[in-house]
Write a protein that binds this ligand. Structure first.
Ligand SMILES: Cc1cc2nc3c(=O)[nH]c(=O)nc-3n(C[C@H](O)[C@H](O)[C@H](O)COP(=O)(O)OP(=O)(O)OC[C@H]3O[C@@H](n4cnc5c(N)ncnc54)[C@H](O)[C@@H]3O)c2cc1C
Length: 480
């Protein structure tokens, strides 16, 4: 095992950290950075070796994720690594225009997952998070004081970590979820999707394209570095198992059926066949142990929401764990992680599942429903706004207490503050931001939660709502 970890010994055993995170994927990396930045002692246990893979899974970073990265000072660094896409073309007749999004980032950034991971890992390391590689978690046990984590190294050596809280961000086959005995109910949605990163001789005229036709559907998305992520599915080969070999010829045939051309694809740097499940764990929290990212929910890659949803889970959980460990909030604040994130996970399962099922439609009734659905989405602005809000993540709203101001639970809109910064620049300190007149008083419980480090500032221009913004960029309280 490589990496170091500080240990403190208490009467309850060996405490390696306040929080142990299992898994150094995007979810675990963002969470590790947030906790370390808040001064929490955090150790990340990762079964892979330290070398960062240059194979990518996700390639789409949506607007809300870019806002979250902006609140950590990372968005402007990530954007040059990819390509900005403002049109999402779903099927031949349905197109979503992102250029009018009420966000600093009115586009989908197409960039490989490893670029996101690289920035998040650097930030977590800079803030002092400890990474331990070649460390496979094999068991998790909890008692009233903390959680014990069993770890096995590549050469079979065992060790034990102990922490106040543990987060399982260990992906779809989560060992933490299994150790908790949590079910992962759901179903398989689609099998035998062929996926590759290829170069093209001629590019499609659309920047992001999904098309169905002749018993197949395919999608093509540019990475920004010359390569395209191309994937597809052929009804006639839908029962082939994941481990059956595939080839560029198989993918060429699918894309020709769906698009009428294979665009001269060549030089694949990666090709694979995979299937997609739709599953969600019922409880994101079991005592002192939390599940986040793919460990908590999995769905088809349609809509490109997997990595984005995991990053939003981490964005929600980090500041809550920090506030509880800091004594500013009771343990019950952590229950709001389930209350806020589980419904979002369910909605993502539903929307990505709908896209895949519509793409696979083949009988006349299903095809007519697809045509009608496309027309409705193209014509009805509110329906289109809702779809765009869900896919980009900016439309999600957390439940607010009865009688709250309409802004409570919504994502805070960026704006310029009296000190010249934007709100999302002020959030980079990881604290609550109270944008309010000098004499504004917060309710006592919120004042305690926001703590003495709460940033108090006013909007530069008159007319902006008075609001308390949580460190994750959602409105906790508003007035006026
Ligand atoms: C082929 C493919 C294509 C995809 N395309 C897209 C896409 O276009 N858009 C999108 O948004 N999403 C896509 N996804 C999904 C996306 O990659 C995931 O949603 C995202 O990686 C989830 O991040 P995570 O951090 O939650 O989990 P992961 O990225 O899976 O990270 C989990 C980490 O935990 C580690 N780990 C696992 N078990 C243990 C253990 N017992 N002990 C210690 N460490 C452990 C793993 O090594 C891994 O590093 C795709 C997935 C696949 C497979």
């Amino acid at each position: 095992m490589n990496g170091t970890h500080e240990t403190r010994t208490t009467e309850h055993g060996t405490i390696s950290a306040d929080v142990v995170i299992v898994g150094a994927g995007p979810t675990g990396l963002l969470l590790a950075g947030d906790l370390a930045a808040a001064g929490i002692q955090v150790t990340v246990l990762e079964k892979r070796p330290a070398k960062i893979s240059n194979l990518t899974r996700a390639f789409g970073v949506h607007a809300r994720t870019l806002e979250v990265l902006d609140a950590r000072g990372l968005a402007d660094e990530l954007i040059p690594t990819g390509r900005k896409l403002t049109q999402l073309r779903l099927f031949s007749s349905l197109s979503l225009d992102l250029s009018g999004l009420p966000s600093r980032f009115p586009f989908l950034l197409s960039t490989p997952q490893y670029e996101v991971e690289k920035l998040l890992r650097r930030r977590a390391t800079e803030h002092g998070a400890t990474f331990v590689h070649d460390a496979e978690v094999t068991g998790v046990r909890q008692d009233s004081d903390g959680v014990t984590v069993d770890v096995e190294s590549k050469d079979g050596e065992g060790s034990v970590y102990r922490a106040a809280y543990v987060v399982g961000a260990d992906g779809v086959r989560s060992a933490v979820r299994k150790a908790l005995g949590q079910p992962f109910p759901g179903q398989s949605v689609i099998s035998s999707i062929v996926l590759a990163d290829v170069l093209l001789e001629s590019e499609p005229d659309l920047t992001v394209a999904v098309r169905g036709g002749d018993g197949a559907f395919g999608f093509m998305i540019p990475f920004g570095d010359g390569y395209w992520r191309v994937g597809g599915w052929n009804r006639e080969r839908a029962e082939i198992p994941d481990d059956a070999p595939t080839s560029l010829d198989e993918l060429r045939e699918i894309i020709r059926r769906a698009f009428g051309s294979d665009f001269g694809m060549h030089d694949e740097r990666w090709i694979s066949r995979f299937h997609s499940d739709e599953r969600q764990v019922p409880e994101y929290r079991t005592g002192r142990v939390f599940l986040a990212g793919d460990a908590a929910h999995t769905h088809s890659p349609a809509g490109g929401q997997g990595m984005n949803t995991g990053l939003q889970d981490a964005n929600n959980l980090g500041w809550k764990l920090a506030a509880v460990l800091d004594g500013r909030a009771p343990d019950s604040l952590l229950d709001s992680y389930q209350a806020e994130r589980h419904p979002v996970g369910r909605a993502v399962l539903r929307s990505s599942g709908t896209i895949v099922r519509v793409a696979m439609a083949h009988n006349p009734l299903q095809l007519a429903a697809r045509w009608l659905g496309s027309k409705l989405l193209n014509l009805a602005a509110p329906v289109q706004r809702k779809a765009i809000g869900q896919i980009t993540g900016i439309g999600y709203r957390y439940a607010a207490p009865r009688g709250s101001h309409a802004l409570v639970g919504r994502r805070a809109r960026d704006g310029v503050l009296a000190d010249g910064r934007r709100l999302y620049e002020a959030l980079r300190d990881g604290e609550f931001v109270l944008v309010a007149p000098k004499d504004a008083e917060l309710p006592a419980e919120l004042a305690k939660l926001a703590g003495t480090a709460c940033i108090r500032v006013q909007w530069r221009d008159a007319g902006g709502a008075t609001q308390l913004v949580r460190p994750d960029g959602y409105v906790a309280w508003a007035r006026g």
